[in-house]
Design a protein around this ligand. Structure first.
Ligand code: 13P
Ligand code: SF4
Length: 322
């Protein structure tokens, strides 16, 4: 080592070592590592593909890997397995669930459906395989508008489990939808009064928000879009300053693509621990390495359930814009 090169800390050395081992395992296993934008930056650095829910579902569909390692939350890895039954699908921490998905119990959802016979059931990909199996079409925040537009106007629609995303689309398309009352704790916690204050303090910053935020917050946003749409907006907009109302993991990619621009998280009602998706942050380099080394936790979906859940996912992939 050159005497002028600063020595790496133990943490950095450990991280570098894990990084190298994961890269070697990827080759050895013919594994594809997928990571959502909400995971920690070191996971995003080691992943083959980093994306939002739709991009990752597509990547899970089109690849030649033998093993898919999904650094995200359970429903994402489960969706990858539903699409690819022949591949081994691993999730670094099997307890990384999504409270929004878990808030929609199949028995209650079935009863909800029975109250509205004849309604087409569109559900957010942030749902369990059991809920997908009770649905007609799956969607993500990237393609929901496109999908709802293709449903005839006289056709009643049940939408779940995220009420904020459903209400946003219903308002935008001026269309009634029967909403399941679920929400994402990370996005639900942005507060209108604090955002109004923050905008007064950063008059040049544009507020951009994910549609999982409440309507009271979205009404102040200059742009509303899925994680990917928000990212694209920050790269193409001439604004130099953004107030961001979504999960902070996306700031890594925003800042990487636009190093000269300024990104500030929009304020939240509660303390910092509620400001991030703790389930996404359960993916660490150490867990990623261990899961590849031991090939577990592995996602298993019973075949009858898989086939029933595959139908609405296929429908989504057919109806999505290219
Ligand atoms: P998208 O990746 O579709 O923007 O969804 C955000 C999210 O909450 C993922 O869990
Ligand atoms: Fe679920 Fe919200 Fe976390 Fe996405 S950000 S995984 S919707 S809890």
């Amino acid at each position: 080592m050159n005497k002028d090169t600063p020595a790496l800390s133990t943490d950095a050395l450990l991280q570098e070592e894990l990084f190298q081992r994961i890269m070697a395992l990827k080759k050895e296993m013919n594994a594809l590592v997928l990571a959502h934008y909400y995971t920690v930056s070191e996971i995003q650095q080691v992943a083959d593909i980093v994306g939002d829910s739709l991009a990752l579902a597509r990547a899970a569909e089109h690849n030649t890997a033998d093993v898919i390692v999904f650094a995200g939350v359970y429903f994402m890895a489960e969706t990858a397995k539903i699409i690819n039954p022949a591949k081994q699908v691993l999730l670094p921490d099997a307890s990384a669930g999504c409270p929004l998905a878990d808030s929609c119990a199949p028995d209650e959802f079935r009863a909800f459906k029975e109250q509205h016979p004849g309604a087409v059931v569109v559900t957010y990909i942030n749902s369990t395989a059991e809920i997908k199996a009770l649905s007609d079409i799956t969607c993500t925040s990237s393609n929901v508008e496109h999908i709802i537009r293709q449903i005839p106007l006289d056709q009643p629609i049940i939408f779940g489990p995220d009420r904020n995303l459903g209400a946003y689309i219903a308002k935008k398309l001026d269309r009634e939808m029967i909403l399941w009352q679920g929400s994402c704790y990370v996005h639900e916690d942005f507060s209108e009064h604090l955002i109004v204050q923050a905008r007064a303090e950063h008059p040049d910053a544009l507020l951009i928000a994910h549609p999982e935020c409440k309507a009271s917050v979205l009404q102040h946003a200059a742009f509303v879009g899925s994680t990917k749409a928000l990212l694209d907006y920050t790269t193409t907009s001439s604004s130099q300053d953004f107030l961001v109302a979504t999960e902070p993991g996306i700031l890594y990619e925003m800042q990487k693509r636009s190093p000269e621009k300024r990104f500030t998280m929009a304020p939240k009602e509660h303390d910092r621990s509620r400001g991030v998706c703790t389930q996404m942050k359960q993916n660490t380099l150490e867990k990623l390495y261990q899961c590849m080394l031991h090939r577990k936790p592995e996602i298993v979906v019973e075949e009858e359930l898989r086939l029933a859940a595959l139908r609405p996912i296929r429908r989504m992939l057919e109806l999505s814009p290219a």
